[in-house]
Design a protein around this ligand. Structure first.
Ligand SMILES: *Cc1c(COP(=O)(O)O)cnc(C)c1O
Length: 461
């Protein structure tokens, strides 16, 4: 991996508006955690000090984006802000057609309904929770075709988001190309620890799928972060701009689903973008049923405007350097004190390896869920489980999916916390690590049917 640039990642902004944080005592947090059933998703935000639950919709908008809110054209049809967004999507992502949706899963829903027939297969580079669920609800079966290194938290492979083309080829041989709806390619791969996919891999994926007439759909939610990693790690890209790399990545795919709540620096919004006119016609028709008219897709005009402006800001070099640099900073500090984390350090989050952190807790006692609860107790910092609870159950057998990765995600909202907050986070993780042998696992007391990690309740063993 190339050496870090000499200049530090210092925040490329100054602060104009502040929001006070809430500090709490340990007995207070003990009570709050009990009330929340040991699930950090069920905590009230007022009880949280530093919120690293997710980087989804938790970004700080710029003054330019806030100004854009005032330019909201709240027309039911044909809002100016839609056309601005369309122009920006074409400019930076390169797809011809745009269908706005209220957030990423809205786009996944439309696309899954249109492209997946019951009995189809949808290969992907590791699953994402909402993406896979929409594929399954449409009658498809998700097949993981990510490289094996992605399942190994200690592998230093620079592109652990890559698709294993042999796995994909053998699936095509086994079920036939016409039963594969499309290949779902995520950049970066959240569930693998924020790991990028290489440009070379996208090129080869394109060549293989072209031969079999299979579409490629990019999950572009964090594609800008992926582009940054390509520039840092892949030969031949050091002198390309992040925007150029992003454009080339998209050029090897037929469509993308996007959660604007991540890369695009907004609090709500998403879209489906694509090149195929027939599919566009269908999506534009369906969006009216589920989201709203095709020029607003469930969003206010002002939200479309903030997202259009966010597209410009997301690819700015100073921004993305600091965004990934902040995550790198926390990861390096944790590594330096011996905390087991997923490597290489991801683009949006540091992932604690709960198996190595709490080796005495078996996976069925939810070590990652336990660790997230302990971190909250220790410090008021909120993180999220990405392990057996998030993996859910097999819809056929009803058994737990048992993922190899049992992780706790410390996710950094964009432009929200400072380096001093980062230091507090590492101190809190270290404090839990020092008393790790006394930590006990959890037992489920309530489990909802869909996306269970959001609402499952637990008690201490
Ligand atoms: C967040 C996310 C989604 C879903 O988007 P929402 O806006 O939360 O509906 C899809 N894919 C990836 C990789 C994500 O991180």
């Amino acid at each position: 991996m190339p050496k870090l640039e000499k200049r530090s990642w210092a925040e490329p902004f100054k602060i104009k508006v502040v929001e006070p944080l809430h500090m709490t005592t340990r007995p207070y947090r003990e009570h709050a955690l009990l009330e929340a059933g040991y699930n950090t998703f069920l905590l009230r935000s007022r009880d949280v000090y530093i919120d690293l639950l997710t980087d989804s919709g938790t970004n700080a908008m710029s003054d330019n984006q806030w100004a854009g809110l005032m330019m909201g054209d709240e027309a039911y049809a044909g809002s100016e802000n839609f056309y601005h967004l369309e122009e920006k999507v074409r400019e930076y992502y390169g797809y011809r057609y745009l269908v706005p949706t209220h957030q990423g899963r809205g786009a996944e829903h439309l696309l899954s309904r249109i492209l997946i027939k019951p009995g189809d297969f949808v290969p992907g580079n590791m699953y994402f929770t909402t993406t896979r669920l929409h594929q399954e609800l449409a009658g498809g079966t998700f097949v993981d075709v990510i490289v094996d290194e992605a399942h190994d938290p200690e592998s230093l492979h620079p592109f652990k988001g890559n698709i294993d083309l042999h796995k994909l080829e053998s699936l095509i041989e086994r079920v036939g190309a016409d039963r594969i709806s499309y290949v779902s390619a995520a950049a970066t791969v959240n569930m693998a620890g924020g790991q990028p996919i290489a440009m070379q891999n996208l090129r080869e994926l394109r060549a293989l799928t072209k031969k079999h007439h299979i579409r490629v759909v990019l999950d572009a939610t964090r594609a800008v972060e992926n582009a940054w990693f390509i520039r840092q790690r892949e030969p031949g890209f050091a002198s390309h701009s992040v925007a150029q790399i992003l454009h080339e990545m998209c050029s090897y795919t037929d469509a993308c689903t996007m959660s604007g709540k991540k890369d695009l620096l907004v609090n709500i919004g998403g879209f489906l973008a694509l090149n195929d006119e027939d599919i566009f016609e269908e999506a534009r028709n369906l969006v009216v049923v589920y989201e709203g008219l095709h020029t607003y897709g469930g969003l206010a005009g002002r939200d479309l405007e903030a997202m259009a402006r966010g597209i410009d800001e997301a690819v700015q070099e100073d921004h993305i350097r600091a965004r990934v640099g902040q995550v790198e900073y926390v990861g390096q500090r944790l590594l330096s004190i011996g905390i087991p984390i997923v490597q290489p350090i991801g683009g949006h989050a540091v992932f604690l390896d709960a198996r190595r952190f709490l080796p005495h807790i078996p996976q069925i006692e939810f070590p990652a869920q336990t660790l997230a609860a302990e971190l909250y107790l220790e410090s008021g910092i909120r993180t999220m489980e990405r392990g057996i609870v998030s993996a859910g159950r097999d819809p056929e057998t009803g058994e737990h999916h048992v993922p190899k990765l049992e992780l706790v995600r410390l996710t950094f909202p964009r432009r929200v916390y400072t380096q001093a907050h980062c230091d507090v986070v590492t101190e809190a993780v270290e404090a839990v690590y020092d008393r790790r042998t006394q930590v006990r696992g959890l037992r489920m007391t309530y489990e909802p049917k869909y996306l269970r990690f959001f609402q499952t309740r637990f008690e201490r063993l």
